[in-house]
Write a protein that binds this ligand. Structure first.
Ligand code: NAD
Length: 357
């Protein structure tokens, strides 16, 4: 890719810095993208992916790092947005040496970038990274880290769902409400427990039959087959598996009043499908806001871990969701846009605070 094209990409969404890391000895080829550090150091996980082209890897890391800026800003955290990708097949390239070498590149950024787990990286990988740098979060509890963030993520999603219910039904009780959860993995599973405790009627789908059987018996959820989940006559649809599922085809099938789930990047195209949901009268709780519990959890690790504090901070997702839904209704803009505007406003306001010593 020509130099000009990379700088054009950096300028498009105002990225601050992009770092290419190469090491022949370990085979490391990594890209660290730092989108915005007005609010604090850029935090975002490291993804290992076998990208077909380098351009694809650059595009992904730029898009994901920008998403982290919005997530941190809307959650009221003093964090910026960044992300890293390591290019290659995770089953073949990951070694202690490669992860430690990557850790040294992170260390060289002197804390401007803080890394964490992401797709195809594990807590064990972060332990290797941590041997070379302290700028890493998502460490196991035995090492002073926060451990699995999924319970906090699920709690934030639950808060976002309740706030959406308040906006749509006039009160935030989910007792007796029908909720369909797509994907009952780490987050979806904890979410089911919260919903069951409150007395919601539950429907679940997953590609893993064992998980489905487990939750069907644990919380009395009704199992539905794959695609059927979109057209169910329910109050709430909670996507907790895949991104980009809110597309033309699926939105046409939806009968729910609320979409509120954990999956990242649920809108296939935010400028088309954000308005499409609004026009159909469906309230969409922005994913990057209500699934921020995981980020809140690792931020807590950065400043001194305490699970209760992380959970309490995730509770704040309720108030922010309600504020965004109100702005969306009064200004007639789709909820994702309202959330992005609020995040951008916080960054602008705080940049002015920092304009004096
Ligand atoms: P997970 O892998 O534990 O769970 C995902 C579940 O979805 C699995 O049970 C899987 O079998 C199921 N699934 C996969 N394809 C499916 C399909 N086509 N239909 C139905 N089910 C399918 O992952 P997780 O940690 O629970 O995360 C769920 C989503 O939330 C992901 O999109 C993730 O990026 C996002 N998220 C997670 C966290 C977190 O703290 N774990 C934080 C923010 C966002």
């Amino acid at each position: 890719m020509a130099e000009q094209e990379i700088f054009t990409q950096l300028a498009t969404y105002d990225h601050e810095q992009i770092v290419f890391c190469n090491d022949n000895a370990t085979g490391l080829k990594a890209i660290i993208a730092i989108h915005n550090t007005v609010l604090g150091p850029g935090l975002g996980g490291t993804r290992v992916w076998n990208y077909a082209t380098e351009a694809e890897a650059i595009n992904d890391v730029m898009r994901l790092s920008r998403g982290m800026t919005y997530k941190a800003a809307i959650s009221g955290l003093n964090l910026g947005g960044a992300k890293a990708v390591i290019i290659g097949d995770a089953t073949k390239i990951k070694t202690e040496a490669l992860m430690r070498k990557f850790g040294r590149f992170v260390e060289n950024l002197n804390g401007k970038y803080i890394t964490a787990e992401d797709v195809n990286t594990t807590t064990k990988d972060m332990e290797y990274v941590n041997m070379e740098t302290s700028h890493v979060v998502g460490l196991p509890e035995s090492m002073g880290g926060g451990g699995d963030p999924s319970p906090v993520t699920a709690y934030g999603v639950y808060m976002g769902m309740k706030a959406s219910a308040k906006q749509v039904f006039g009160n935030d009780s989910l007792a007796g409400k029908k909720v369909a959860v797509q994907g009952v993995g780490k987050v979806g599973g904890h979410l089911l427990d919260f919903l069951h405790k409150e007395g919601a009627e539950l429907f679940i789908s997953d590609i893993n039959a064992d998980t489905l059987a487990h939750y069907a018996s644990r919380v009395g959820a009704k199992v539905v087959n794959g695609e059927e989940i979109y057209g169910l006559d329910v109050d709430v649809f909670a996507p907790c598996a895949l991104g980009a599922i809110l597309n033309d085809e699926h939105i046409a099938q939806l009968k729910c009043s609320i979409v509120a789930g954990a999956a990242n990047n649920q809108l296939a195209d935010e400028t088309i499908h954000g308005p499409a949901l609004m026009n159909k009268g469906i309230v969409y709780a922005p994913d990057f806001l209500i699934n921020a519990g995981g980020l809140i959890n690792v931020y807590q690790e950065h400043i001194g871990y305490n699970r209760e504090t992380a959970q309490r901070k995730a509770e704040h997702i309720y108030d922010v969701t309600l504020e965004i839904l109100k702005i969306s209704a009064s200004e007639k803009i789709y909820t994702q846009k309202a959330a992005m505007n609020l995040a951008e406003k916080r960054i602008q306001d705080i940049s002015k605070v920092k304009s004096t010593y």
